[in-house]
Ligand binder design. Structure first.
Ligand code: PMP
Length: 443
């Protein structure tokens, strides 16, 4: 694993502009959970141990089994599981591991069409398109929707894939303050007012782009207000449900389900299959008219490989389990577990006095310390206690609010969570004592 020692791989321009100290802190934070794993990332995750050497780390071949708060395995489907695993294995017999072609060439099997039908049904839209990468789904989508006569209004904390996708379009981009509906409305009003004289507005279309559940903050978008504004200002609404689909709402159908809003009031619902479904790739779903247009225009359909069959089988079977069509009762139990676990961990941490961001029902639990520089210590101490957490910081968050992003899973038991709370509390105390004795003792 020596090659991983050099895994930081900064581009030269990046190295040049970033100061030495920022880079050093970022490197330390990146190191916090950048360990190779082996085995299935389920309730537990097996990570290779490493030892420090001058200038970095080397992996020593031994490994550590940790309770897993570091994968986005919200419903626990990543874990080897009867129905999904059997379906994935069978699909390899029937279709092989790859279709070796983009969708528009010979990369569309009956399994692809079935998967799109199941996804569209689940999210409550007429049709859907699946794509082999979640990031790529967004990165390639906006250029098929927008051009220089379009105004795209984007939440300031939108995921990099959305921001990248929007920048490729040539559209005019405006950014509103995170989740601030007053700022969004002000922008909409001002932009439309630019169309004076009042006979027409200056934009062919306006697209508002948001996330359902923000992956670094753990908070939800204000969907009721967004829908109201998009209707009032005759705009289109795009919602990225990477972290909410499967994990939020009484039936696991994401933010629309959570807020009891008809999905037909949102123009495009996008999601990734990496998180709740233990698979990979992304999808977007909408009215037949939009999806038919995108089947022709969407760049990935022509220029990149289609989703592999075992992945499709995994998505289809996990969705059927959630809907109760396979293994009745299991889907419901998983949904109840993720809802219980998310609240239990978050409220437990709050009770212990930790700073925790986000909504009570969010499976993403960002944990902060008063001293962000102690984040790497928190991660390493927890690792030694058999708990895997990922630390995120700049550029995903401001450097002063580096955080441990705890991802809750239905695979964890209440006993696991009690152990996790006990150990986080211990580590918090240790960090606090060390820090305060440092000040008091002047050491
Ligand atoms: N959208 C959001 C909001 C995300 O958080 C992510 C990644 N976690 C993606 C898109 C990209 O998904 P993937 O990792 O499946 O490529």
């Amino acid at each position: 694993y020596e090659f991983l020692v050099e895994s930081n791989g900064y581009a030269p321009w990046y190295t040049a502009f970033e100061s030495f100290y920022v880079r050093r802190l970022k490197t330390r934070i990146d190191d916090c959970f950048a360990r190779p794993i082996h085995g299935v990332p389920g309730r537990y995750i097996n990570c290779f141990n490493r030892k420090a050497i001058r200038g970095g780390f080397v992996y020593d071949g031994t490994s550590n089994e940790c309770l897993n708060l570091s994968s986005y395995n919200y419903l626990g489907f990543a874990q080897s599981h009867g129905v999904c695993t059997d379906a994935a294995l069978k699909s390899v017999d029937d279709y092989g591991t790859s279709v070796c072609s983009p969708r528009a060439h010979s990369g569309t099997s009956d399994l692809h069409l079935e998967c799109e039908r199941v996804i569209a049904d689940f999210v409550g839209k007429e049709d859907a398109i699946i794509v082999s990468q979640g990031y790529g789904t967004n990165a390639n989508l906006f250029s098929s929707l927008a051009d220089s006569k379009t105004l795209v209004i984007s939440d300031e904390l939108n995921h990099a894939s959305i921001r990248f996708g929007i920048r490729l379009t040539g559209a005019v981009v405006k950014v509103f303050k995170h989740n601030d509906m007053k700022d969004l409305e002000k922008l909409l009003r001002n932009q439309i007012a630019q169309g004076q004289p009042k006979t027409h507005r200056p934009w062919k279309k306006i697209i508002i782009a948001v996330e359902g559940l923000y992956s670094m903050e753990g908070n939800l978008c204000n969907l009721p207000k967004l829908v109201e504004l998009k209707e009032k200002y005759k705009s289109y609404l795009f919602v990225d449900e990477a972290h909410s689909i499967g994990a939020l709402g009484p039936s696991g159908k994401g933010v629309c389900d959570y807020f009891s809003i008809d999905p037909n009031r949102i123009d495009l619902l996008m999601g990734t299959l990496t998180k709740s479904f233990g698979a990979t790739g992304g999808y977007f779903a909408g009215d037949k008219k939009i999806i038919d247009k995108l089947r022709i225009n969407y760049i990935s359909n022509n220029y990149t490989e289609s989703v592999p069959p075992p992945v499709l089988a995994q998505i289809i079977s996990s969705l059927r389990v959630i809907r109760g069509e396979l293994n009745p009762g299991e889907g419901e139990e998983r949904l109840q577990r993720i809802a219980f676990n998310s609240r239990y961990l978050r409220l437990g941490l709050k009770k212990l006095g930790f700073i925790v961001y986000g909504a009570d029902d969010s499976p993403v639990v960002p944990l902060l310390l008063f001293l962000p520089a102690k984040m790497p210590a928190l991660s390493r101490m927890l690792y030694d206690m058999g708990i895997a957490v990922v630390i995120v910081s700049y550029p995903a968050t401001p450097i002063i609010s580096a955080r441990a992003r705890l991802c809750v899973s239905a695979a964890l038991t209440k006993e696991d969570l009690d152990y996790i709370l006990e150990k986080i509390n211990e580590v918090g105390e240790l960090i606090y004592l060390k820090f305060s004795s440092g000040i008091a003792g002047g050491s």
